[in-house]
Write a protein that binds this ligand. Structure first.
Ligand SMILES: Cc1ncc(COP(=O)(O)O)c(C=O)c1O
Length: 373
C-alpha cells in the first residue's frame, strides 16, 4: 500500500532530542524551542513567533488574544478543520460561516462583507492546502470594519502571498507541526504575533498566566500569577525534532514541490479531473495534491478503486455547518454554492517528503486506469 502520508524525518532528529536530554532542560523554552522561534522570525520576517503544543492551541491563543467575548461573532469558512471553529467556540463566540471559492477552496473574500454585523470581531482566513487567501481584500475589509484577522496557516508554513509569508499578514498567524504537516514535531504548532503589544500577553497566556518568561529574561526578580492562561508551551524534545527539519526546510519544500509538479504535469491533459489552481502572487508549499472528481458518487468509487489497487487516498472536512457542533454554534451566511458541492468532489493523493518516483508513478497510473476501466 502506498501511504497517504509518512511523517517527515530528515536524519538528525534523534541526535537533537538526545542533545535536549543532555542539556537537562526537556521542558519548554530550552535551546531548541528558542532556535525554532528565532528561525521562523528571521525566515518569515515575523515580529514574534512562539512554539505551541499544536496548531489548535495556537488558534486558541489567537482567539483569546483577540479579546473575543461570549456572543461576539467570528467569520470563517465552513470548509475547514474543526480546530478553526472550536478555538473560537471556547471563548463563547458564535460562528458565521461564509462560502468558499471553487478555485482555491478558500473563503470567498467577496462574500465576507455582507456577513459582518455589529457583533463581528474576527475574520479567520484559512489558507487551504498552503495556498493563500486573497489577503489584500480581506485586510482591507478588516481595517475598514475594525476587525481582527487570524490566519489559520496550519497548512501554510513556507508559503507566501505577494512575497509575504503566510501567518505574517493578519494580526495573528497559526502554524501546525502535526505529523501530517510539511514540518513536524509530532504534535505541535506556533503562533505568529504581528503586533509587539501582544507579545507579553501571549507569553503570559502560554505560561499558565504567569510572567515566567519575563523572570527568565531577568526583567522581574520573581514570577507570579498575573492573568488568565493555560499551558501552551511544548517540550524542548519535540522542538528538537522540529529543529532538524527547519534546518532542511528548503530541501523538504523543494522535494514536495517537485512531487506536486509531477502530479500536475501527469494529469494536465485529463478533462475528467479538476486540478488545483494557484492564483497569481501565491507561492505554495505543496502541502497537498488534490484532484476533483465529477461528484460524490464518482469520488467514492475513485477512492475505493485506488485502495483496491494499493493506493491510500483521502477526502476530508465534512463542511462544519452541516456537522452537529457546527449547527449548534454557528450559522451559514448566504448561499452554500460551493462549500458542499466542491468538498464532495475533492480527493487528496499521497504526498509527503521523500515520496519516490516509482510510488508516484504507480499512483498516477492507477488514477489513469480508473478512468479507462
Ligand atoms: C486548517 C487547519 N487548522 C488547524 C489545524 C490544527 O492543527 P493541529 O493538528 O496541529 O492541532 C489543522 C491541522 O490538522 C488544519 O489543517
Amino acid at each position: 500500500m502506498i501511504n497517504f502520508n509518512i511523517p517527515p524525518y530528515v536524519g538528525k532528529e534523534l541526535d537533537y532530542i538526545k542533545k535536549a536530554v543532555e542539556n537537562k532542560k526537556i521542558c519548554g523554552d530550552g535551546e531548541f524551542t528558542k532556535k525554532c522561534d528565532a528561525w521562523m522570525e528571521e525566515r518569515f520576517h515575523a515580529q514574534k513567533v512562539l512554539l505551541t503544543t499544536s496548531g489548535t492551541t495556537a488558534l486558541e491563543m489567537a482567539m483569546l488574544l483577540s479579546g473575543l467575548q461570549p456572543g461576539d461573532e467570528v467569520i470563517l469558512p465552513s470548509y475547514t478543520f474543526s480546530s478553526t471553529a472550536t478555538s473560537a467556540v471556547l471563548t463563547g463566540a458564535k460562528l458565521v460561516f461564509v462560502d468558499i471559492r471553487p478555485d482555491t477552496m478558500n473563503i470567498d473574500e467577496s462574500k465576507i462583507e455582507d456577513a459582518i454585523t455589529d457583533r463581528t470581531k474576527v475574520i479567520v482566513a484559512v489558507h487551504y492546502a498552503g495556498v493563500a487567501c486573497e489577503m489584500d481584500t480581506i485586510m482591507d475589509i478588516a481595517r475598514r470594519h475594525h476587525l481582527i484577522v487570524i490566519e489559520d496557516a496550519a497548512q501554510g508554513v513556507m508559503s507566501t502571498y505577494k512575497g509575504r509569508s503566510l501567518g505574517t499578514i493578519g494580526d495573528f498567524g497559526c502554524y501546525s507541526f502535526h505529523e501530517t504537516k510539511n514540518y513536524s514535531m509530532g504534535e505541535g504548532g506556533a503562533i505568529v504575533i504581528n503586533h509587539p503589544e501582544d507579545n507579553e500577553p501571549a507569553e503570559i497566556l502560554r505560561e499558565k498566566g504567569t510572567n515566567r518568561a519575563k523572570f527568565f529574561r531577568g526583567q522581574v526578580d520573581k514570577y507570579t500569577w498575573v492573568s488568565y492562561g493555560s499551558s501552551y508551551l511544548p517540550s524542548d524534545m519535540n522542538a528538537a525534532y522540529l529543529w532538524a527539519q527547519l534546518e532542511e526546510a528548503d530541501k523538504i519544500n523543494e522535494n514536495r514541490l517537485a512531487s506536486w509538479q509531477r502530479y500536475n504535469d501527469a494529469f494536465a491533459g485529463m478533462g475528467e479531473l479538476g486540478l488545483p489552481i494557484i492564483p497569481d502572487g501565491c507561492k505554495h508549499n505543496a502541502h497537498m495534491y488534490y484532484v476533483k472528481l465529477k461528484d460524490l458518487e464518482e469520488r467514492t468509487a475513485f477512492i475505493a478503486y485506488l485502495k483496491e489497487h494499493g493506493v491510500q487516498s483521502t477526502f476530508h472536512y465534512i463542511p462544519l455547518h452541516s456537522s452537529p457542533a457546527g449547527k449548534k454554534f454557528g450559522r451559514f451566511h448566504g448561499e452554500d454554492v460551493y462549500t458542499t458541492s466542491e468538498s464532495n468532489r475533492l480527493t487528496r493523493l499521497p504526498m509527503y517528503y521523500g515520496l519516490t518516483k516509482e510510488d508516484q508513478d504507480k499512483v498516477i497510473q492507477t488514477v489513469k486506469d480508473f478512468f479507462e476501466q
